[in-house]
Ligand binder design. Structure first.
Ligand code: ATP
Ligand code: MG
Length: 330
């Protein structure tokens, strides 16, 4: 079986973009691949964060992933900073990465603009750490949202560079997208993002979600209830595509174009469809975070041990090929 690697940052609550853009694929694919999923806390500290909150964020994220359907037996879910090989391999990859490659990365430019006061070297180096995350497990399949495709392509370049310079070591990986690889935020402009405050969280209550959906922007040309609308110009329509099945979805579409259904009723249908997906996740989360907290913690610790062993083998191979001493004490 091929190796699958992917990661998610403990920067906030998992939202519909994460779920429909990435996690839904992780749940499906875990049966067909040797699956590693990392809570990437070393990535999360490249933007402003509160140290006191980090342990809870990490555990919450892992628990939410299990609640979303990640299987404790099938997937090795672990915390990145518990496996030192990721940072070690990053350093070695830094030495074969041209600076210009990193400066042109879209995510770097976005986050630099978002966090102007605190741009650090780690933010620039983010894609190199991501390449190390994937390649230390010799990952071949990387299921992500559209915003991460550029980083996966960069990872392929790093593998090519390394192989050409030091001999065949790493496979060439490929990004794998869902049918909805870019979910827009509630603002209807940027992508839904944990750190932008434009998201619907998978653990939010039905009331909290309705409070966000009810005032959300729709087709701006549809001013009055009697005006026909264009679903393709409405954010809520794209949300329907995530959760509302046929034939109800078709009715929503024709109802909008003929002014047969108003925006509030359309939003109510979306809310009802969404709750069918989110109710079971919220219930599983409640169960895991109360009665089974210790089980989650123990599993993360055991998985980190397993990852350290795999990372150790790759590091010994890499160091040997680079002419460095083959010593590794973890
Ligand atoms: P942050 O704002 O802190 O970067 P994020 O919401 O972008 O958080 P990440 O942890 O960076 O979440 O990404 C986790 C996974 O979710 C990645 O595979 C990413 O491509 C995917 N993803 C994130 N946002 C979206 C979105 N709006 N639509 C589709 N996929 C997304
Ligand atoms: Mg992100």
């Amino acid at each position: 079986m091929k190796v699958l690697f992917t990661g998610i940052q403990p920067t906030g609550e998992i939202h519909l973009g994460n779920y429909f853009g990435a996690i839904a694929n992780w749940v499906r694919l875990q049966h067909d691949y040797v699956s590693y999923i990392s809570v990437v806390d070393l990535h999360a500290v490249t933007i402003p964060f509160e140290p006191g909150e980090m342990p809870r964020r990490v555990l919450d994220l892992a628990t939410t992933l299990y609640a979303c359907g990640i299987d404790m037996e099938k997937t090795t879910l672990f915390v990145q900073s518990e496996v030192p090989g990721h940072a070690d391999l990053t350093w070695l990859f830094n030495t074969i990465t041209p600076l210009g490659e990193l400066e042109r990365m879209t995510q770097f430019k976005d986050k630099r603009d978002q966090f102007r006061a605190s741009v650090n070297v780690g933010l620039l180096d983010y894609p190199v750490l991501q390449a190390a995350d994937i390649l230390i497990y010799k990952g071949e399949v990387v299921p992500v949202g559209e915003d991460q495709v550029q980083h996966v392509e960069f990872t392929r370049e790093v593998a090519r560079h390394f192989n050409a310079r030091f001999g065949d070591t790493f496979p060439e990986c490929a990004a794998l997208l869902t049918a909805t690889p870019r979910v827009a935020g509630l603002d209807g402009e940027s992508k839904m993002s944990k750190s932008k405050g434009n998201s619907i969280g998978v653990l939010e209550t039905p009331e909290q979600i309705w409070a966000k959906v009810a005032p959300a922007k729709t087709d701006p040309a549809r001013v009055r209830r009697a005006d026909p609308g264009t679903p393709e110009k409405c954010n809520i329509w794209y949300y329907h595509l995530l959760v509302t099945p046929e034939p109800e979805r078709r009715d929503i579409h024709s109802g909008c174009t003929t002014a047969g259904i108003g925006c509030i009723d359309c939003k109510k249908v979306f809310h009802r469809s969404l709750m069918k997906v989110l109710d079971p996740i919220r219930e599983r989360y409640a169960e895991l975070s109360t009665g089974r907290k210790k089980e989650v913690e123990d599993r993360l610790e055991a998985n980190a041990g397993k990852c350290r062993a795999v990372a150790r083998d790759t590091m010994l191979e890499v160091k040997g090929k680079m002419g460095l001493k083959k010593v590794w004490r973890i």
